[in-house]
Design a protein around this ligand. Structure first.
Ligand SMILES: [Zn+2]
Length: 454
């Protein structure tokens, strides 16, 4: 790990820093085996590009890739700031290990003598070092290892985790099969969705996604009248329908983007990222524009949207589109008073974290409601026990899909019944029978007929 500090030793002369080179090395694979060409390496490169190149590639003659960690195209930026080269004998990784975004290059370049140059290179803008002033580079890592890039990336990961960037445990259900309505494209109808859900259920999918096209516009994020004429009421009905079928509804959305036709754009024209020319930055697919993640009100709005989806409408999860997920562009909007245009990049991950936490909190609230339901149900069962002392109780209806969520509190309440023998004997089962209520009514009627034993 390295954090060099440089000092301008001139007593009266300013120095302009154009570029800071850290961990720059030239590697020659033929040193380890004379049969190898100088550039015979495999390479891991974590740059994000519009062409979506592979992250692991064999290095070939004249290969060159900058792996810039800022925006490489309008919607493509960010990445994993690690470069790792390896052959059968050795491997070498370089990385920046600052805990927040840095706009650095991590180039892999076959040079004219066929050796490969790697490094962490920080281009500077208007960086003047006054006399006697010090400059501290970003924190970087260099690692020599055996094996392949897994070893370099593992060490990078452990160094980041030691700085507190630990992984969240993935949510229950993250790896369950998901059916997405995107197969119908943006012109889907709710009838398309309702008509397909039984087959989705039959095939064993656990999630059903309402995808792009449900919203009136990106920005206001309200149900579009042409598909959901009753607005939120239709949205909640869709959510209920998916839940009734024993699946979990998920909603597609995009963080920090807005259509200029939205009410949001009219009410908050100063929320947008502006480029150096003072123009909004377009997200091409939806013809929308980036909002600045470093504006506190933009952050609050994104969290409020997550709350609306999860708490008001009842969705169990969000499908966040990957189009502009990685990074917001640098922001030159004077209204935001950024210390650095890269504040918008630095805050991108923070917004995503806040959205995640709000969605999880909604989840907790839902869990609390089920726990409370379990307590009430336990009370009701105790009343039945006083009246008829049953040996078995069969629970039916759609709520049974959520039985594991209220089972514990239900039994805790039943355990307070004063006669232990009755508790010990009692069996509570669930029925998957979809028409349990009508069967129950029929049974009562049947029992009441003359000549029938109750
Ligand atoms: Zn900004």
């Amino acid at each position: 790990m390295n954090v060099p500090i440089y000092k301008n030793l001139h007593s009266s002369k300013e120095l302009k820093i154009d570029k800071v080179n850290s961990e720059v090395y030239r590697l020659n694979s033929s040193f380890t085996n004379p049969e190898f060409k100088q550039y015979d390496f495999w390479s891991f490169q974590g740059g994000s590009y519009r062409s979506r190149p592979d992250w692991i590639v064999p290095v070939v003659d004249n290969f060159s890739q900058e792996n810039y960690q800022g925006m490489n195209a309008r919607e493509y930026g960010g990445g994993t700031p690690v470069t790792d080269l390896w052959n059968r004998t050795m491997g070498m990784a370089v990385a920046h290990i600052e805990p927040i975004f840095k706009p650095v290059n991590l180039p892999v370049e076959v040079q004219s003598d066929k050796q490969v140059r790697i490094g962490v290179i920080f281009e500077q803008e208007d960086n003047i070092l006054s006399p006697e002033e010090e400059y501290q580079t970003i924190m970087t890592m260099v690692l020599v290892h055996d094996g392949d890039c897994y070893n370099g990336l593992s060490v990078y990961s452990s160094l980041m985790q030691k700085q507190g960037l630990t992984f969240e445990k993935f949510s229950d259900g993250s790896y369950e099969p998901i059916w997405c309505g995107w197969g119908y494209g943006e012109d889907f109808t709710l009838n398309d969705m309702y008509g397909t859900l039984p087959k989705v259920k039959e095939l064993g999918f656990k999630w059903a996604v309402l995808d792009y096209g449900w919203e009136n516009n990106n920005g206001d994020w309200l149900p579009i009248k042409s598909k959901l004429p009753n607005g939120e009421k239709d949205m909640k009905a869709f959510v209920e329908k998916v839940k009734e079928m024993g699946m979990k509804p998920k909603l597609w959305c995009v963080p920090f983007d807005a259509d200029t036709a939205s009410n949001l754009a009219k009410e908050h024209p100063d929320w947008f990222v502006l480029n150096k020319d003072g123009e909004k930055v377009r997200i091409s697919f939806w013809n929308t524009f980036f909002l600045c993640p470093a504006v506190p009100e933009v952050q609050e709005y994104q969290v409020e949207l997550a709350r609306r989806y999860i708490e008001d409408w009842g969705f169990d999860g969000l499908k966040i589109d990957g189009m502009c997920l990685n990074l917001a562009p640098p922001c030159y909007n004077p209204a935001h008073k950024h210390k650095s245009p890269y504040e918008s990049c630095e805050k991108t991950a923070e917004v995503m974290r806040k959205v995640f936490e709000k969605a999880k909190l909604g989840d907790k609230k839902a869990l609390a409601i089920f726990k409370e339901y379990g307590t009430h149900l336990g009370e009701a069962i105790k009343t039945i026990m006083f009246a008829v002392d049953p040996e078995a109780i069969i629970l039916g209806g759609s709520v049974c899909q959520s039985y594991p969520l209220f089972q514990k509190t239900m039994w805790e309440q039943v355990q307070t019944f004063p006669y232990q023998n009755s508790i010990d004997r009692l069996v509570i089962e669930r029925s998957d029978e979809p028409h349990i209520a009508i069967l129950g009514a029929a049974a009562l009627y049947y029992d009441s007929l003359p000549g029938q034993q109750p």
